[in-house]
Design a protein around this ligand. Structure first.
Ligand code: R2B
Ligand code: URA
Length: 307
């Protein structure tokens, strides 16, 4: 395990790229981040990053940036505000708070995949050492009530396969979707008895669609019955799946391929064994979405206090 991680990193912990082309290029434009290796001094801008936190929406990741700033006691220069570093990409949003990057990844495997290519290259250009990546997200629970926090142990696709499949030059490339087991256990241990919700670990199913792909009956199309749906959900539940979302497979596979430690922490918005629609009021949803943020914040604060 250690050996494998080391192969993809330099002895000082900086991220090695498994692509010989990049260092031969005059400049590398991180198009979807609105950054470049020559137009920006990436080492001075990002060299001190330790944690990369990603989540679906720009607003939530802006809020996470302000939240983590408060939590770690990071001060901005007087009269300044946090800036969206990637605002002119009009694709993703990125905020930096000391050692923490907070980035939106959009919805689904293709969106998070493009972002991960560029963020992993950003880590390389900026000579960041041993970064840890977190996905803070939402999901549907299987046999879990809304508001439950799920830490992913293994990510599987809609066929229960534990790897990301991508067609490259007309061939299917498979990359194992492995997350850091120790990091998942450490996060689990940071849940507190006083938390007014449960924090669990288990398998996460990652699909290419929110509706038919997750066995919902309420999309624009549905060619199966309620009983087909329940059979499928019960089957995957028995196989250990506790939640369904749309990015974990790519997140796990690409960070693992880069030798970067990562974890996926999602809050359930409903129990899919009981329904398909997101019915909870907005204020409740907002409070639920704070829960994975607070777990990751505990991890970051503990890390910083140990330094
Ligand atoms: C969770 O929420 C989004 C769909 O509503 C998707 O990005 C995901 O994984
Ligand atoms: N995100 C998903 O992908 N599925 C859900 O059911 C809820 C959030």
């Amino acid at each position: 395990h250690r050996h494998q991680a080391n192969e993809t990193r330099y002895p000082d912990g900086t991220v090695k790229l498994r692509n010989p082309n990049i260092e031969l290029m005059d400049q590398d434009i991180l198009y979807h981040l609105a950054l470049g290796s020559e137009s920006h001094d990436l080492v001075s801008m990002f060299g001190d990053v330790k944690f990369v936190c990603m989540g679906g929406t720009p607003k939530r990741m802006e809020q996470f940036a302000y939240y983590i700033m408060e939590e770690i006691g990071h001060k901005l220069p007087a009269g300044t505000m946090l800036q969206d570093i990637s605002q002119y990409s009009y694709r993703y949003s990125m905020y930096k708070v000391g050692p923490v990057l907070s980035i939106s990844h959009g919805m689904g495997i293709p969106s998070v995949g493009i972002l991960l290519h560029e963020v992993i290259k950003l880590m390389y250009h900026a000579k960041v050492r041993d970064p840890i990546f977190f996905r803070i997200g939402t999901c549907g629970g299987i046999g879990l009530e809304g508001g439950t926090v799920v830490i992913t142990e293994d990510a599987v696709d809609g066929m229960m396969q534990p790897f990301l499949e991508l067609s490259v030059l007309g061939k299917l490339v498979k990359r194992p979707a492995k997350l850091d087991k120790k990091l998942a256990r450490e996060l689990r241990a940071l849940s507190e008895p006083d938390d007014p919700y449960e924090t669990v670990t288990g398998k996460t199913m990652c699909t290419y669609d929110f509706y038919e792909g997750q066995g919902r009956l309420d999309g624009a199309f549905c060619d199966f019955t309620e009983s087909d749906k329940m059979q499928y959900l019960n089957r995957i539940h028995k196989a250990g799946v506790v939640n369904i979302e749309m990015e974990s497979l790519s997140f796990a596979a690409l960070t693992h391929h880069a030798g970067i430690k990562s974890a996926v922490i999602c809050v359930t918005l409903m129990d899919r064994l009981k329904g398909d629609q997101v019915l909870a009021p907005k204020e409740v949803l907002d409070e639920w979405q704070q829960r994975p943020c607070s777990l990751v914040s505990r991890y970051i604060k503990r890390y910083l206090s140990m330094k």
